[in-house]
Design a protein around this ligand. Structure first.
Ligand SMILES: C[S@@+](CC[C@H](N)C(=O)[O-])C[C@H]1O[C@@H](n2cnc3c(N)ncnc32)[C@H](O)[C@@H]1O
Length: 214
């Protein structure tokens, strides 16, 4: 039975994995999606990651969030700002977040942050938490940060976090998208699309970045 299960995982194509009870493949596997809405992650975001990433940052009155997933980051941020727009590529996650936050100060848009349906200079800041490694190539990640640059107003901040490679991190991404962002070169990539005042800070398992539209 165990061998059959293992073989199923190894030889399964994407469609078969989609129907697998454990590894329902989209950009995040089922374990990963469970973690992203867990109490553990909620507490980690509220007590550690968001205060660390946002310390001293003025988000302004109209914030763009890229990749909200189930929306734990959205729930925290929306209490701090007048208005937010969260763009999520996964249709099921986008639909359920849209329903849950209907009538609040958050507009949820189902869409791809590498091609955003927003006008130039729309937002006073942009955030992205633990999502860049889900964008499936460095070229698409660069396209995403170029798009963020385009939709920000002059002076607006772009801040966020992402994870640093570890064996556990790799294991968690079995059958889902993981193109780890190297913190050493990410600053130059942000500057490459036009951001200024770029700063990158590493911790043990993740890094944070901040940059400003000139
Ligand atoms: C690991 S989750 C992070 C969720 C949340 N920000 C947090 O920190 O808990 C990453 C999310 O980014 C979304 N995502 C990946 N690529 C995207 C893209 N191109 N545009 C918008 N969302 C994307 C994924 O579908 C997923 O829901």
């Amino acid at each position: 039975m165990r061998i059959v299960t293992f073989a199923t995982l190894v030889v399964a194509n994407a469609a078969e994995v989609t129907n697998h009870p454990v590894l329902d493949y989209r950009s995040m596997n089922r374990l990963h999606r469970w973690l992203c809405k867990s109490d553990y992650w909620k507490t980690t975001l509220a007590d550690e990651i968001l205060p660390w990433a946002l310390k001293g940052i003025d988000l302004g009155e109209n914030v763009l969030e890229v990749g909200p997933g189930p929306g734990l980051t959205t729930d925290i941020l929306r209490q701090e700002v007048p208005r937010m727009t969260s763009i999520e590529i996964d249709p099921r996650l986008a639909r359920s977040l849209k329903q849950r936050l209907d009538g609040t100060n958050v507009t949820v848009v189902e869409g791809d942050a590498t091609r955003m349906p927003f006008q130039d200079g729309s937002f006073t800041s942009a955030v992205s938490f633990t999502m860049l490694h889900h964008v499936p190539s460095a070229a698409l990640q660069d396209r995403l940060i170029r798009e963020v640059f385009r939709v920000l107003r002059p002076g607006a901040a772009f801040v966020g976090t992402d994870s640093i490679w570890s064996r556990m991190f790799q294991l968690m991404h079995l059958f889902d998208t993981m193109v780890v962002v190297d913190p050493e070169s990410f600053g130059a990539r942000l500057e490459g699309v036009g951001f200024v005042d770029v700063a990158i800070r590493r911790s043990e398992r993740s890094f944070k970045f901040r940059a400003r539209h000139p």
